[in-house]
Design a protein around this ligand. Structure first.
Ligand code: AR6
Length: 169
C-alpha cells in the first residue's frame, strides 16, 4: 500500500479512479463536484442521470470521460449538523463504500478529495481522522488524498501522524 497526501486539483489526477464529493441527486453542484463535471464534460451528467441519485454514505461509479482518471466514484457526504446526527458514521461509510467499490472492480489506485469539509462544513480535523483510519483498513490499495489547500493538507498529515503513533485505531 501507499498512502500519499498532496495539495492539488483532483481533476488533474491520474489515478485510475477519483472520488467525487457529490450530493444525493448526483446531478452536479459546486466545489469539487462542479470542477469534476466541468473537467469530465457533459457526457458525465448523462450517465449520472441514469443512476437515479445516491444515498448519503453510499457510492456509485461512472466512467471518467475527459478526465485522466478512468472512473469516478461519486459519494454524497453528510452535511455537518453539530455531530449528533450520525455524521461521523456516515462519513466513514463514504470512505468505506468508495474503497469497497474499488476493490470490487479491481481498481488498485484511487484518489479522494476531503469529503464533506467544504460546503457541507464537517470539521476538517475530525474528518481527516475518520478518513485516515478507514483508508488504512485497505492495505492493498494505493490511495492519494488530494487536498485543495494547505490547511486541509495539514489536517490529513496530522491525522496520519496520529495513526502512526497508534492513536487512531
Ligand atoms: N480538487 C480537490 N479538492 C477540491 C477541489 C478540486 N478541484 N475543489 C474543491 N475542493 P466541497 P462537500 C475541496 O464543498 O463539503 C457540492 O455542491 C474543497 O476545498 O467540494 O462534500 C456538491 O454537489 C474542500 O476541501 O464538498 C454537494 O452539494 C473539499 O474539496 C456539496 O458541494 C470538499 O468541499 C458537497 O459538499
Amino acid at each position: 500500500m501507499s498512502f500519499k497526501i498532496i495539495t492539488g486539483d483532483i481533476t488533474k489526477c491520474d489515478a485510475t479512479a477519483i472520488v467525487n464529493a457529490a450530493n444525493t441527486s448526483l446531478l452536479g453542484g459546486g466545489g469539487v463536484d462542479g470542477a469534476i463535471h466541468r473537467a469530465a464534460g457533459p457526457e458525465l451528467l448523462g450517465e449520472c442521470r441514469m443512476l437515479h441519485g445516491c444515498k448519503t454514505g453510499q457510492a456509485k461509479m461512472t466512467k471518467g470521460y475527459n478526465l485522466k482518471a478512468k472512473y469516478i466514484i461519486h459519494t454524497p457526504g453528510p452535511v455537518w449538523n453539530g455531530g449528533e446526527h450520525g455524521e461521523r458514521e456516515m462519513l466513514e461509510s463514504c470512505y468505506k463504500n468508495c474503497l469497497e467499490l474499488a476493490v470490487k472492480h479491481d481498481i488498485h489506485d484511487i484518489a479522494f478529495p476531503s469529503i464533506s469539509t467544504g460546503i457541507y462544513r464537517f470539521p476538517v480535523d475530525e474528518a481527516a481522522k475518520i478518513a485516515v483510519r478507514t483508508i488504512h483498513r485497505y492495505p492493498k490499495l494505493d490511495v492519494t488524498m488530494v487536498c485543495f489547500d494547505e490547511r486541509t493538507r495539514k489536517a490529513y498529515e496530522d491525522a496520519e501522524a496520529a495513526f502512526n503513533r497508534g492513536e487512531l485505531q
